[in-house]
Design a binder for this molecule. Structure first.
Ligand code: FPP
Length: 229
């Protein structure tokens, strides 16, 4: 079975650029191209949901120049890629705290999400100003505001996109093996795939290899599985 939802931690843009004697920003430009390439690949493979970790709640610690560059890149991407979304029937969605973003960026994100709401193919979720802990806190606040008791169920249904199934597979590129505050609640039973390859070098073939690896795993969701039954 192909995974229903894949989360991707796109790591290694900076190192990709440094290895070539280029500015880190050039790595982000190539990273964006890889994002588009992999969104198209996922759409061609018929994967229903892909969440890309674009900007974390911790990424504000980077220099103002780099933060500004990434925000500008995201805005240009959102504004110019409507045809790409339409041609591939891709719906763009969002997870993260919009209120913590510059208002023009937040506006472009909500506009893009609205414009593509009718596209029925792959749903690409952009995690921007996103932190797993922050999403859980925001969910608990929403539940309390509505007077709900706090339970696993009420936390799940007040997350940013409660209709999207939990990720089956989380991919991290760039050699590090950590979650970095990505989809903490949702990835409780996700399978992980780590790749040494830096994000700008990722291709559709790499995605196929990751999915083939995922397909060999035995998922038990806390049960005993074939051997123990
Ligand atoms: C990780 O590399 C990259 C980021 C945190 C920046 C943002 C990602 C993009 C611009 C790609 C956008 C893609 C889509 C689909 C909109 P890093 O800078 O942490 O690399 P390093 O670990 O080598 O320094």
């Amino acid at each position: 079975m192909i995974p229903t939802h894949i989360g991707i931690i796109m790591d290694g843009n900076g190192r990709w650029a440094q290895q070539r004697g280029l500015a880190r920003t050039q790595g982000h430009i190539e990273g964006l191209k890889a994002g588009k390439r992999l969104a198209k690949a996922a759409s061609d493979m018929g994967i229903p949901y892909v969440t890309f970790y674009v900007f974390s709640t911790e990424n504000w610690k980077r220099t103002a120049d780099e933060v500004g560059f990434i925000m500008g890149l995201v805005r240009r991407y959102l504004r110019s890629e409507f045809n790409f979304s339409r041609e591939n029937n891709i719906r763009v969605r969002y997870t993260g705290d919009l209120s913590g973003l510059p208002s023009d960026v937040a506006q472009d994100i909500t506009d893009t999400c609205m414009e593509s709401v009718g596209f029925t193919g792959t749903q690409i979720v952009l995690a921007i100003n996103y932190g797993g802990k922050d999403e859980i806190v925001r969910s608990v606040r929403r539940a309390l505001d509505k007077g709900h008791e706090i339970s696993g169920e009420t936390i799940s249904i007040h997350l940013d996109n409660p209709d999207i199934p939990d990720p089956d597979l989380i991919i991290r590129t760039g050699g590090e093996k950590r979650m970095s505050n990505f989809l903490l609640w949702e990835s409780a039973y996700a399978e992980f795939y780590f790749s040494e390859k830096l994000w700008p070098d990722w291709t559709a073939d790499d995605l196929s290899v990751a999915i083939a690896d995922f397909q060999k795993r035995e998922r038990r969701f806390g049960g005993r599985g074939k051997l123990g039954s």
